[in-house]
Write a protein that binds this ligand. Structure first.
Ligand SMILES: [Zn+2]
Length: 334
C-alpha cells in the first residue's frame, strides 16, 4: 500500500515537472495513454495528412543534374513548407512539431532547437530532434538510408564518431561497428584513458579493404585535406563496400569554398574563421573547406558510383532549407 502511494506521489511530481518543463500540450503527448492526448495527436496527424503524399526524393550525380532536377522544385517546396509552418504556427511557437519518426517507427514529437542558419532562418538541417530517439532531421534521414541499404548484421562497419547517440544506434544494429573520435594528443589508432579509439580520418590505422560500410557525418569540412580523408575511407572499404557521407556542400558552386589553409603545420585563414559545434570539444571545430561539386567529381575517381540524395517530407520531418532545397547526403559504392 505504502509503495503504491509512493509511486503515485512520484508520478504526480513527474507530471508537474513535465508540465513546467514542456508546457501543457507537450505533457498531453508525453502522457500518451490519456484519451484526450490521443485525440490531440489524432487532430495533429490529420492536419499533417494533408501533406502525406508530399514526399520528394531526388538522386543526382553532378552539379548540372542538381540544377536541372532539384532546383526547379525548390520554389514549390519552399511554398509548401511555408504553408505548413503557417498552418501550424501555434504548435511551432511551442518549439515542437509532430511527425512520423522513421527511426522509431512511430508518431513522435520533433523538438525545434533555436538554431539559425546564415540567413537567420531556422536551421532545419540540425533540428527537429525526435523526442524518443533524440536524432535530428539530418541524422534521422541518414539513419533511414543506412537501414534501407539492408546491410547484414555481421557487417564490418566504421563510423567516424564514438560519443554520440548515432553511434549507439549503429552499434545496436551492427554489433561489430567500430567508432572513433579525434584526439590530437593521442597516437593514431590508440585509445584514450576512457578506452575511446583515436583516428585521424586523413590517416586511418586500419588495414586495406576491411569494412563493408563506412559512415562519416559532418567531418570532411573540418579536415585540411578532405581528398586525403576520402581516399583513406575508400582504401579501408571492401570492394563493393559503401560509404555514406554527410557534409554541408556549397550547392550553388562547383569550386570548394576554402576558408582555412594548412601549410607546414601553420593555419592560414583565407576567410573569417567559421566554427561548428563539436560533441567532444566545447571550443568547437574549425571549418577548413565547404566543398562544392568538385568534391563529388573527385569522388568519381575513387568510387564506382556516387549519388547525392535529396529528401523532403513534411510528414516525416525532413524539412528543406530556407531556399526550398531539401536536405541531402552522399552515398558512394567502391
Ligand atoms: Zn525517433
Amino acid at each position: 500500500m505504502l509503495s503504491h502511494i509512493r509511486t503515485y506521489k512520484r508520478k504526480i511530481k513527474q507530471v508537474i515537472f513535465e508540465t513546467e518543463k514542456y508546457g501543457f500540450f507537450r505533457l498531453l503527448i508525453v502522457l500518451n495513454g490519456l484519451s484526450f492526448s490521443k485525440l490531440l495527436v489524432y487532430v495533429l496527424k490529420r492536419n499533417r495528412n494533408v501533406y502525406k503524399n508530399v514526399d520528394y526524393k531526388y538522386i543526382v550525380e553532378s552539379q548540372s543534374e542538381f540544377t536541372s532536377v532539384v532546383m526547379p522544385f525548390s520554389e514549390k517546396i519552399k511554398k509548401l513548407q511555408n504553408e505548413y509552418l503557417k498552418a501550424n504556427g501555434y504548435i511551432m511557437k511551442k518549439k515542437m512539431d509532430i511527425g512520423l519518426c522513421e527511426v522509431c517507427n512511430k508518431t513522435s514529437i520533433f523538438n525545434i532547437d533555436e538554431i539559425e542558419d546564415k540567413e537567420g532562418n531556422v536551421n532545419w538541417r540540425e533540428t527537429l530532434r525526435c523526442g524518443y530517439c533524440g536524432l535530428n532531421n539530418r541524422e534521422r534521414m541518414m539513419w533511414k538510408k543506412i537501414v534501407d541499404l539492408q546491410i547484414k548484421r555481421e557487417a564490418r562497419v566504421y563510423v567516424s564518431e564514438r560519443l554520440t547517440p548515432f553511434y549507439l544506434y549503429l552499434k545496436h544494429i551492427f554489433p561489430q561497428c567500430i567508432g572513433s573520435e579525434y584526439f590530437p594528443n593521442i597516437c593514431n589508432g590508440e585509445r584514450n584513458n576512457a578506452g575511446i579509439l583515436n583516428e585521424d580520418i586523413m590517416n586511418l590505422s586500419f588495414e586495406d579493404e576491411l569494412f563493408d560500410l563506412v559512415i562519416c557525418r559532418d567531418v570532411l569540412e573540418h579536415v585540411h585535406d578532405y581528398r586525403k580523408a576520402l581516399s583513406e575511407m575508400c582504401r579501408v572499404l571492401k570492394n563493393d563496400g559503401i560509404l555514406v557521407v554527410s557534409v554541408p556542400l556549397k550547392l550553388e558552386s562547383y569550386n570548394d569554398e576554402v576558408r582555412t589553409i594548412y601549410e607546414n603545420g601553420i593555419r592560414r585563414y583565407v576567410m573569417e574563421p567559421e566554427i561548428h559545434g563539436n560533441p567532444i570539444d566545447c571550443g568547437g571545430s574549425l571549418v577548413y573547406t565547404i566543398p562544392g561539386w568538385e568534391m563529388i567529381d573527385y569522388m568519381k575517381y575513387l568510387f564506382k558510383t556516387i549519388n547525392c540524395e535529396f529528401v523532403f517530407s513534411i510528414e516525416k520531418g525532413y524539412f528543406a532549407d530556407s531556399k526550398g532545397i531539401p536536405q541531402y547526403f552522399l552515398v558512394a559504392r567502391k
